[in-house]
Ligand binder design. Structure first.
Ligand SMILES: [Zn+2]
Length: 307
């Protein structure tokens, strides 16, 4: 069995968001350049297939999917909400991002690899059952979680350390049984949700952080709150919404984490998976908008997933 396998959705490069959009194809390019170098070049890479529509419909309203596909422009770009853009390649990019996660889930459950990292875009955790939001078209990680359930993994935990609250994942978790969603995120910040008063024990755990809080409170929240809650939930599969936009150099937020914090949380989650679910762990790229910081953080994440 491989320790770590990479799921590569190159079609993500064809999701064009226009000039000066932070969620740009160069993000994936930065990660793919990293993967060509030591020590990552030795890792197995699986090209992502498109997700089947019936898998996507477990998470999304069929009318939304129809609306989304029909909205794809023949050329140029269109806005489908305040900050989410469609280009001719966006539908295939979205299907392939979701397909990468489903393939990763298949392979982890089949025991071909212990851990998986999905290098995908567009990101997914702001996508709701019936609408896009915040650069996200399909909720890749949630489609993967429901795919895992269909394969007999009854209980799935999603830990989201992206700096934004995964409002789409949170909403979906409330509609499905046996999925646990935990998130640290900056507040106040887009999307403005994810308050502790909305938490549901053993289902949804949101822990907002203030701008400037930095490494120690971040680690403390995981040690004292989130890791014990995941342990209590006892997942059969652990999934990570791996957004790297809480880094101090990211232009979209100000939690001010260091690259080492992403390595630390990666190791803690890998240890937790080992303890709870035979090590089974699927990590899915979400945000991260400073290209150098993104590359450094993904490097740290992958090194610790390889360990
Ligand atoms: Zn984010």
């Amino acid at each position: 069995m491989h320790t770590l396998t990479l799921y590569i959705a190159r079609e993500g490069l064809k999701h064009q968001t226009g000039h000066n959009h932070p969620e740009c194809p160069e993000r994936l390019q930065a990660i793919y350049s990293l993967l060509d170098k030591s020590p990552f070049m030795a890792l197995p890479q699986i090209p992502a297939p498109e997700a089947e529509l019936r898998w996507i419909k477990r998470a999304h309203d069929p009318r939304y999917l129809e609306r989304l596909e029909n909205a794809i422009p023949d050329y140029g770009q269109i806005h489908i909400d305040n900050d989410t853009i469609l280009s001719p390649g966006s539908w295939t990019a979205a299907l392939t991002a979701a397909g990468a996660v489903c393939q990763a889930v298949d392979d982890v459950i089949a025991g071909k690899t212990l851990r998986a990292f999905c290098a995908t875009r567009p990101p997914g955790h702001h996508a709701f059952p019936d609408h896009s939001e915040g650069f996200c078209l399909l909720n890749n990680i949630f489609i993967g979680a429901l795919h895992a359930q269909s394969l007999g993994c009854a209980r799935v935990a999603i830990v989201d350390f992206d700096v934004h609250h995964g409002n789409g994942s949170d909403a979906m978790t409330r509609q499905h049984e046996n999925i646990f969603y935990a998130s640290t995120h900056q507040w106040p910040l887009y999307p403005g949700t994810g308050q502790p008063e909305d938490n549901i024990p053993n289902r949804v755990l949101n822990v907002p952080m203030s701008a400037g809080e930095g490494s120690l409170p971040f680690r403390h929240i995981y040690e004292q709150n989130i890791l014990p809650a995941v342990r209590h939930f006892q997942p059969d599969l652990l999934m990570i919404s791996a957004g790297f936009d809480a880094h101090k150099d990211d232009p979209l937020a100000q939690i001010m984490l260091e690259t080492a914090d992403f390595g630390w949380i990666t190791t803690e989650l890998a240890k937790l998976a080992q303890e709870c679910c035979g090590g089974r762990l699927v990590s899915v790229l979400e945000g991260g908008y400073n290209l150098a910081a993104l590359s450094d953080c993904v490097s740290s994440h992958l090194k610790n997933l390889m360990a």
